[in-house]
Design a protein around this ligand. Structure first.
Ligand code: S3P
Length: 175
């Protein structure tokens, strides 16, 4: 049975790489945020607005416990998922967890384009965004680094780079 969970900061490429890896392994792919949005018929920003971040984290944990029971799947989770409750322990019990590790600079390059889609980044100037990434990555890193595997990634902005990441992941996971 193959169950892989990709974790890492917003903008590291969890969804992009997860989708490509699943395709390569011919496994179904689940993105936790998309799953939440389908299940609740609300977008992530709407859930944050209605339930607050605490409410979102409870929803996220419930859905994680559902999706991480599926067999033979690739799952990408939200940037915050590993950092709340005992989610990281749970994921390590359930799956091959991989931390997609990107530098603050790479994350900034990626995130400055899509700030409005992410409630935690909305309304920040470039300078504020940079500072926020630095600070929150520092607090999140101890959780992320508990993944069973780590893959260093750079800006995944073309097809070849994504396929290279998939190849490296398969080597790392022996798949
Ligand atoms: C979050 C990351 C988002 C989403 C939510 C909160 C976070 O997912 O779950 O906006 O706390 O880092 P992505 O990492 O897919 O952007």
């Amino acid at each position: 049975m193959t169950r892989i969970i990709l974790i890492g900061y917003m903008g590291a490429g969890k969804t992009t790489v997860g989708k490509a890896l699943a395709q390569d392994l011919q496994l179904p792919f689940y993105d936790l945020d998309w799953y939440i949005e389908e299940r609740f018929r609300h977008t992530i920003p709407q859930i944050f607005a209605e339930k607050g971040e605490d409410g979102f984290r409870r929803v996220e944990q419930n859905v994680l416990h559902e999706v991480a029971e599926f067999e033979d799947v690739v799952i990408s989770c939200g940037g915050g998922t590993p950092c709340f409750f005992d989610n990281m322990d749970y994921m390590n019990r359930q799956a091959m967890t991989v931390y997609l590790k990107a530098s603050p600079d790479v994350l900034f390059q990626h995130l400055k384009m899509g700030k409005t889609e992410r409630p935690l980044l909305k309304g920040k100037t470039d300078e504020e965004l940079k500072a926020y990434i630095q600070a929150s990555l520092a607090t999140r890193e101890p959780f992320y680094s508990r993944a069973r595997y780590t893959l260093d990634v750079s800006l995944l902005d073309d097809y070849k780079k994504i396929q290279d990441a998939v190849r490296l992941l398969r080597e790392l996971l022996n798949l």
